[in-house]
Design a protein around this ligand. Structure first.
Ligand code: PLP
Length: 371
Protein backbone atom coordinates (compact mmCIF):
# COMPACT_ATOMS: atom_id res chain seq x y z
CA UNK A 1 0.00 0.00 0.00
CA UNK A 2 1.27 3.44 -0.88
CA UNK A 3 -0.65 6.45 0.25
CA UNK A 4 0.65 9.75 -1.07
CA UNK A 5 0.48 13.27 0.37
CA UNK A 6 -2.92 14.89 0.78
CA UNK A 7 -3.52 17.87 -1.45
CA UNK A 8 -6.86 19.47 -0.65
CA UNK A 9 -8.75 21.38 -3.34
CA UNK A 10 -8.91 25.15 -3.02
CA UNK A 11 -12.49 25.85 -1.94
CA UNK A 12 -14.34 29.03 -1.14
CA UNK A 13 -15.80 28.47 2.32
CA UNK A 14 -19.14 30.21 2.75
CA UNK A 15 -20.74 27.90 5.25
CA UNK A 16 -21.13 28.17 9.03
CA UNK A 17 -17.37 27.64 9.54
CA UNK A 18 -14.59 27.04 8.97
CA UNK A 19 -14.27 30.20 6.88
CA UNK A 20 -11.62 30.93 4.25
CA UNK A 21 -8.16 31.12 5.78
CA UNK A 22 -6.02 33.80 4.14
CA UNK A 23 -2.63 33.02 2.61
CA UNK A 24 -1.03 35.21 5.27
CA UNK A 25 -2.41 32.97 8.02
CA UNK A 26 -1.50 29.79 6.13
CA UNK A 27 2.06 31.11 5.67
CA UNK A 28 2.29 31.91 9.38
CA UNK A 29 1.29 28.33 10.22
CA UNK A 30 4.03 26.94 7.98
CA UNK A 31 6.80 28.67 9.96
CA UNK A 32 9.25 26.53 11.96
CA UNK A 33 7.90 24.80 15.04
CA UNK A 34 9.65 25.92 18.23
CA UNK A 35 9.35 24.45 21.70
CA UNK A 36 6.23 25.53 23.55
CA UNK A 37 8.36 26.81 26.44
CA UNK A 38 10.80 28.59 24.12
CA UNK A 39 11.16 32.24 25.23
CA UNK A 40 10.20 33.46 21.73
CA UNK A 41 7.04 31.37 21.80
CA UNK A 42 6.12 32.61 25.26
CA UNK A 43 6.51 36.17 23.95
CA UNK A 44 4.13 35.33 21.11
CA UNK A 45 1.61 33.83 23.54
CA UNK A 46 1.66 37.11 25.49
CA UNK A 47 0.88 38.96 22.25
CA UNK A 48 -1.99 36.55 21.51
CA UNK A 49 -3.39 37.39 24.93
CA UNK A 50 -3.17 41.17 24.29
CA UNK A 51 -4.72 40.79 20.85
CA UNK A 52 -7.54 38.65 22.27
CA UNK A 53 -8.19 41.29 24.92
CA UNK A 54 -8.52 43.77 22.05
CA UNK A 55 -10.97 41.70 19.97
CA UNK A 56 -13.01 40.85 23.08
CA UNK A 57 -12.79 44.52 24.19
CA UNK A 58 -11.76 43.53 27.68
CA UNK A 59 -9.01 44.03 30.21
CA UNK A 60 -9.74 40.62 31.79
CA UNK A 61 -6.47 39.01 32.93
CA UNK A 62 -7.99 35.57 32.41
CA UNK A 63 -8.07 35.76 28.60
CA UNK A 64 -6.43 33.10 26.43
CA UNK A 65 -7.07 30.45 23.79
CA UNK A 66 -8.11 26.95 24.89
CA UNK A 67 -6.11 24.36 22.90
CA UNK A 68 -9.15 22.86 21.15
CA UNK A 69 -12.10 24.05 19.04
CA UNK A 70 -15.04 26.22 20.13
CA UNK A 71 -16.86 23.31 21.72
CA UNK A 72 -13.99 23.01 24.21
CA UNK A 73 -14.29 26.70 25.05
CA UNK A 74 -17.96 26.04 25.80
CA UNK A 75 -17.06 23.09 27.97
CA UNK A 76 -14.33 25.13 29.70
CA UNK A 77 -16.83 27.82 30.75
CA UNK A 78 -19.39 25.35 32.09
CA UNK A 79 -16.91 22.94 33.70
CA UNK A 80 -15.30 25.76 35.67
CA UNK A 81 -18.38 27.78 36.61
CA UNK A 82 -20.99 25.09 37.28
CA UNK A 83 -20.75 23.13 40.51
CA UNK A 84 -22.85 20.07 41.30
CA UNK A 85 -26.31 21.22 42.40
CA UNK A 86 -26.08 24.63 40.69
CA UNK A 87 -29.17 25.87 38.89
CA UNK A 88 -28.44 27.41 35.50
CA UNK A 89 -30.91 29.23 33.26
CA UNK A 90 -30.17 28.38 29.63
CA UNK A 91 -31.82 30.43 26.88
CA UNK A 92 -32.24 28.27 23.79
CA UNK A 93 -33.13 29.49 20.30
CA UNK A 94 -31.22 26.96 18.22
CA UNK A 95 -28.80 24.03 18.25
CA UNK A 96 -26.09 25.48 20.45
CA UNK A 97 -28.34 26.32 23.40
CA UNK A 98 -29.13 22.59 23.50
CA UNK A 99 -25.45 21.84 23.89
CA UNK A 100 -25.30 24.27 26.80
CA UNK A 101 -27.99 22.22 28.54
CA UNK A 102 -25.92 19.06 28.00
CA UNK A 103 -22.91 20.78 29.52
CA UNK A 104 -24.81 21.97 32.60
CA UNK A 105 -26.17 18.49 33.26
CA UNK A 106 -22.82 16.78 32.76
CA UNK A 107 -21.35 19.17 35.35
CA UNK A 108 -23.99 18.02 37.84
CA UNK A 109 -26.08 21.16 37.52
CA UNK A 110 -29.79 21.62 36.77
CA UNK A 111 -30.71 23.44 33.57
CA UNK A 112 -33.85 25.57 33.47
CA UNK A 113 -34.65 26.04 29.79
CA UNK A 114 -36.06 29.26 28.36
CA UNK A 115 -37.17 28.46 24.81
CA UNK A 116 -37.55 30.76 21.84
CA UNK A 117 -38.44 29.81 18.30
CA UNK A 118 -35.56 28.93 15.99
CA UNK A 119 -34.80 32.00 13.91
CA UNK A 120 -35.81 34.43 16.67
CA UNK A 121 -33.61 36.30 19.13
CA UNK A 122 -33.73 35.32 22.82
CA UNK A 123 -36.66 37.17 24.43
CA UNK A 124 -35.44 39.18 27.47
CA UNK A 125 -38.93 39.08 29.01
CA UNK A 126 -38.92 35.30 29.12
CA UNK A 127 -35.51 35.37 30.78
CA UNK A 128 -36.76 37.89 33.35
CA UNK A 129 -39.74 35.64 34.15
CA UNK A 130 -37.49 32.61 34.58
CA UNK A 131 -35.17 34.58 36.87
CA UNK A 132 -38.15 35.59 39.01
CA UNK A 133 -39.42 32.01 39.16
CA UNK A 134 -35.98 30.63 40.05
CA UNK A 135 -34.37 32.97 42.59
CA UNK A 136 -31.91 30.18 43.46
CA UNK A 137 -30.34 30.22 39.95
CA UNK A 138 -26.65 31.17 39.94
CA UNK A 139 -25.85 31.37 36.21
CA UNK A 140 -27.48 32.47 32.96
CA UNK A 141 -26.19 31.14 29.63
CA UNK A 142 -27.10 32.09 26.08
CA UNK A 143 -25.74 32.19 22.54
CA UNK A 144 -25.00 35.67 21.21
CA UNK A 145 -24.93 34.61 17.55
CA UNK A 146 -26.90 31.39 16.88
CA UNK A 147 -25.11 29.87 13.91
CA UNK A 148 -27.80 27.25 13.39
CA UNK A 149 -30.35 29.97 12.52
CA UNK A 150 -28.50 33.24 11.86
CA UNK A 151 -30.24 35.10 14.72
CA UNK A 152 -28.49 37.58 16.98
CA UNK A 153 -29.56 38.23 20.57
CA UNK A 154 -29.20 41.37 22.67
CA UNK A 155 -26.30 40.27 24.84
CA UNK A 156 -26.06 43.54 26.78
CA UNK A 157 -29.68 43.37 27.97
CA UNK A 158 -29.55 39.64 28.80
CA UNK A 159 -26.38 40.09 30.89
CA UNK A 160 -27.95 43.06 32.72
CA UNK A 161 -30.95 40.91 33.64
CA UNK A 162 -28.71 38.10 34.87
CA UNK A 163 -26.79 40.50 37.12
CA UNK A 164 -29.95 42.16 38.42
CA UNK A 165 -30.93 38.74 39.77
CA UNK A 166 -27.51 37.90 41.19
CA UNK A 167 -26.42 35.51 38.41
CA UNK A 168 -23.21 35.43 36.39
CA UNK A 169 -23.57 35.24 32.59
CA UNK A 170 -21.90 32.78 30.20
CA UNK A 171 -22.00 33.93 26.57
CA UNK A 172 -21.33 31.89 23.42
CA UNK A 173 -19.58 34.25 21.00
CA UNK A 174 -18.18 31.60 18.65
CA UNK A 175 -19.71 33.21 15.58
CA UNK A 176 -20.02 36.79 16.82
CA UNK A 177 -16.40 37.56 17.75
CA UNK A 178 -14.88 39.99 15.19
CA UNK A 179 -18.00 39.80 12.99
CA UNK A 180 -20.56 41.77 14.92
CA UNK A 181 -20.32 44.31 17.78
CA UNK A 182 -19.28 42.62 21.02
CA UNK A 183 -17.99 44.47 24.09
CA UNK A 184 -17.11 42.17 26.96
CA UNK A 185 -16.24 44.83 29.56
CA UNK A 186 -18.89 47.38 28.63
CA UNK A 187 -21.57 44.67 28.67
CA UNK A 188 -20.04 43.12 31.82
CA UNK A 189 -19.99 39.59 30.43
CA UNK A 190 -18.57 37.16 33.03
CA UNK A 191 -17.47 34.24 30.87
CA UNK A 192 -17.24 34.14 27.10
CA UNK A 193 -15.91 31.66 24.55
CA UNK A 194 -15.32 31.82 20.83
CA UNK A 195 -13.63 29.87 18.03
CA UNK A 196 -10.67 30.51 15.76
CA UNK A 197 -12.34 29.39 12.55
CA UNK A 198 -15.35 31.67 12.17
CA UNK A 199 -14.93 35.46 11.89
CA UNK A 200 -11.27 35.34 12.91
CA UNK A 201 -10.57 33.15 9.85
CA UNK A 202 -7.78 31.17 11.47
CA UNK A 203 -7.74 27.40 11.14
CA UNK A 204 -10.11 25.40 13.37
CA UNK A 205 -8.68 24.12 16.62
CA UNK A 206 -8.48 27.00 19.11
CA UNK A 207 -11.07 28.57 21.35
CA UNK A 208 -10.48 32.09 22.67
CA UNK A 209 -12.03 32.55 26.13
CA UNK A 210 -12.21 35.36 28.69
CA UNK A 211 -13.36 35.44 32.31
CA UNK A 212 -14.22 38.51 34.40
CA UNK A 213 -12.62 38.96 37.85
CA UNK A 214 -15.99 37.91 39.39
CA UNK A 215 -15.99 34.68 37.39
CA UNK A 216 -12.34 34.03 38.26
CA UNK A 217 -13.20 34.49 41.94
CA UNK A 218 -16.09 32.02 41.69
CA UNK A 219 -13.73 29.51 40.08
CA UNK A 220 -11.04 29.83 42.73
CA UNK A 221 -13.65 29.54 45.52
CA UNK A 222 -15.20 26.32 44.21
CA UNK A 223 -16.21 23.72 46.81
CA UNK A 224 -15.52 20.83 44.43
CA UNK A 225 -12.73 20.12 41.97
CA UNK A 226 -13.39 20.93 38.30
CA UNK A 227 -14.33 17.53 36.87
CA UNK A 228 -12.11 18.03 33.78
CA UNK A 229 -8.38 17.99 34.44
CA UNK A 230 -7.51 19.41 31.01
CA UNK A 231 -9.92 22.36 31.26
CA UNK A 232 -9.43 23.20 34.95
CA UNK A 233 -8.56 26.90 34.81
CA UNK A 234 -6.83 26.76 38.16
CA UNK A 235 -4.23 24.59 36.40
CA UNK A 236 -4.31 26.12 32.92
CA UNK A 237 -3.56 29.57 34.27
CA UNK A 238 -0.20 28.45 35.55
CA UNK A 239 0.61 27.82 31.90
CA UNK A 240 -0.95 30.82 30.15
CA UNK A 241 -0.84 33.39 32.91
CA UNK A 242 1.93 32.43 35.28
CA UNK A 243 4.19 35.47 35.52
CA UNK A 244 7.62 34.44 34.27
CA UNK A 245 7.25 30.86 35.49
CA UNK A 246 5.44 29.02 32.76
CA UNK A 247 4.77 25.58 34.18
CA UNK A 248 4.18 22.66 31.86
CA UNK A 249 0.50 21.77 31.64
CA UNK A 250 0.04 20.47 28.10
CA UNK A 251 1.89 21.03 24.82
CA UNK A 252 0.35 24.03 23.10
CA UNK A 253 -0.59 23.55 19.41
CA UNK A 254 2.35 25.72 18.40
CA UNK A 255 1.72 26.25 14.68
CA UNK A 256 -2.01 26.63 15.16
CA UNK A 257 -1.24 29.49 17.55
CA UNK A 258 1.01 31.14 14.92
CA UNK A 259 -2.07 31.16 12.71
CA UNK A 260 -4.32 32.64 15.39
CA UNK A 261 -1.68 35.29 16.13
CA UNK A 262 -1.55 36.30 12.45
CA UNK A 263 -5.34 36.38 12.13
CA UNK A 264 -5.55 38.67 15.18
CA UNK A 265 -2.84 40.95 13.76
CA UNK A 266 -4.97 41.20 10.60
CA UNK A 267 -8.04 42.21 12.64
CA UNK A 268 -5.94 44.78 14.48
CA UNK A 269 -4.65 46.21 11.19
CA UNK A 270 -8.15 46.54 9.80
CA UNK A 271 -9.56 47.83 13.09
CA UNK A 272 -12.30 45.97 14.93
CA UNK A 273 -15.00 48.56 14.17
CA UNK A 274 -14.07 48.47 10.48
CA UNK A 275 -14.32 44.67 10.48
CA UNK A 276 -17.81 44.88 12.01
CA UNK A 277 -18.81 47.47 9.37
CA UNK A 278 -17.41 45.35 6.53
CA UNK A 279 -19.45 42.34 7.65
CA UNK A 280 -22.60 44.47 7.73
CA UNK A 281 -21.99 46.07 4.31
CA UNK A 282 -21.28 42.74 2.63
CA UNK A 283 -24.33 41.17 4.24
CA UNK A 284 -26.51 43.91 2.66
CA UNK A 285 -24.98 43.33 -0.78
CA UNK A 286 -25.55 39.57 -0.54
CA UNK A 287 -29.07 40.10 0.78
CA UNK A 288 -29.99 42.34 -2.17
CA UNK A 289 -28.62 39.80 -4.64
CA UNK A 290 -30.46 36.88 -3.03
CA UNK A 291 -33.73 38.81 -2.79
CA UNK A 292 -33.46 39.68 -6.49
CA UNK A 293 -33.42 35.92 -7.11
CA UNK A 294 -36.60 35.58 -5.06
CA UNK A 295 -34.79 34.01 -2.10
CA UNK A 296 -35.99 35.09 1.35
CA UNK A 297 -34.47 35.10 4.84
CA UNK A 298 -35.48 33.04 7.88
CA UNK A 299 -34.66 35.72 10.45
CA UNK A 300 -36.49 39.07 10.79
CA UNK A 301 -34.34 41.93 9.55
CA UNK A 302 -33.58 43.49 12.95
CA UNK A 303 -32.26 40.19 14.40
CA UNK A 304 -30.16 39.05 11.43
CA UNK A 305 -26.50 38.23 11.75
CA UNK A 306 -24.44 39.77 8.94
CA UNK A 307 -21.94 36.91 8.99
CA UNK A 308 -24.45 34.04 8.76
CA UNK A 309 -27.29 34.36 6.27
CA UNK A 310 -29.99 31.72 6.64
CA UNK A 311 -32.29 31.61 3.62
CA UNK A 312 -35.20 29.42 2.59
CA UNK A 313 -34.45 26.90 -0.15
CA UNK A 314 -36.73 27.83 -3.09
CA UNK A 315 -39.67 25.47 -3.73
CA UNK A 316 -38.85 22.48 -5.90
CA UNK A 317 -35.09 22.89 -5.51
CA UNK A 318 -33.13 19.82 -4.38
CA UNK A 319 -31.06 20.89 -1.35
CA UNK A 320 -28.31 18.26 -1.49
CA UNK A 321 -28.03 18.29 -5.31
CA UNK A 322 -27.48 22.06 -5.35
CA UNK A 323 -24.85 21.98 -2.62
CA UNK A 324 -23.04 19.12 -4.34
CA UNK A 325 -22.97 21.02 -7.64
CA UNK A 326 -21.76 24.19 -5.95
CA UNK A 327 -18.93 22.20 -4.42
CA UNK A 328 -17.99 20.19 -7.50
CA UNK A 329 -18.49 22.79 -10.24
CA UNK A 330 -17.66 26.01 -8.38
CA UNK A 331 -15.52 24.86 -5.43
CA UNK A 332 -18.02 26.69 -3.25
CA UNK A 333 -19.20 25.40 0.13
CA UNK A 334 -22.40 26.70 1.70
CA UNK A 335 -24.05 25.23 4.81
CA UNK A 336 -27.07 22.98 5.12
CA UNK A 337 -29.85 23.46 7.68
CA UNK A 338 -29.45 21.86 11.10
CA UNK A 339 -32.04 20.01 13.19
CA UNK A 340 -35.61 21.08 12.44
CA UNK A 341 -34.34 23.33 9.64
CA UNK A 342 -32.56 20.53 7.72
CA UNK A 343 -33.68 20.50 4.09
CA UNK A 344 -35.53 23.80 4.52
CA UNK A 345 -32.72 26.36 4.61
CA UNK A 346 -29.19 27.09 3.50
CA UNK A 347 -26.72 28.89 5.71
CA UNK A 348 -24.46 31.22 3.77
CA UNK A 349 -21.52 32.48 5.76
CA UNK A 350 -19.74 35.77 5.16
CA UNK A 351 -17.23 35.32 7.94
CA UNK A 352 -13.92 37.10 8.42
CA UNK A 353 -11.63 36.82 5.40
CA UNK A 354 -14.52 35.23 3.45
CA UNK A 355 -16.65 38.38 3.79
CA UNK A 356 -15.68 40.06 0.52
CA UNK A 357 -17.11 41.13 -2.82
CA UNK A 358 -15.49 38.33 -4.81
CA UNK A 359 -17.17 35.70 -2.65
CA UNK A 360 -20.53 37.43 -2.88
CA UNK A 361 -20.28 37.51 -6.67
CA UNK A 362 -19.22 33.87 -6.82
CA UNK A 363 -22.07 32.80 -4.54
CA UNK A 364 -24.75 34.71 -6.46
CA UNK A 365 -23.55 33.70 -9.94
CA UNK A 366 -23.09 30.04 -9.09
CA UNK A 367 -26.47 29.85 -7.33
CA UNK A 368 -28.05 31.42 -10.44
CA UNK A 369 -26.31 28.85 -12.63
CA UNK A 370 -27.32 25.89 -10.50
CA UNK A 371 -30.94 26.63 -9.49
C1 PLP B 1 -19.27 26.59 15.61
C2 PLP B 1 -19.97 26.89 16.90
C3 PLP B 1 -19.65 26.21 18.09
C4 PLP B 1 -18.67 25.08 18.15
O1 PLP B 1 -17.41 25.41 17.69
P1 PLP B 1 -16.45 24.25 17.13
O2 PLP B 1 -15.20 25.00 16.77
O3 PLP B 1 -17.15 23.67 15.96
O4 PLP B 1 -16.24 23.27 18.20
C5 PLP B 1 -20.31 26.59 19.25
N1 PLP B 1 -21.23 27.57 19.26
C6 PLP B 1 -21.57 28.23 18.14
C7 PLP B 1 -22.61 29.31 18.19
C8 PLP B 1 -20.96 27.90 16.92
O5 PLP B 1 -21.28 28.56 15.80
Amino acid sequence: MSISSFNPPRRTLMGPGPSDVSQRVLDAMARPTVGHLDPTFIGMMDEVKSLLQYVFQTTNELTFAVSAPGSAGMECCFANLVEPGDKVIVCQNGVFGGRMKENVERCGGTAVMVQDDWGCAVDPEKLEQALQQHPDAVLVAFVHAETSTGAQSDAKTLVELAHKHGCLAIVDAVTSLAGTPLKVDEWQIDAIYSGSQKCLSASPGLSPVSFSPRAAEKISNRQSKVQSWFLDLNLVMGYWGGEGKRAYHHTAPVNCLYGLHESLVIVQEEGLENAWARHQQNHLILRDGLEQMGISFLVAEQDRLPQLNTVFIPDGVDDAAVRTRLLNDFNLEIGAGLGALAGKVWRIGLMGHASNQRNIDLCLSSLRAVI
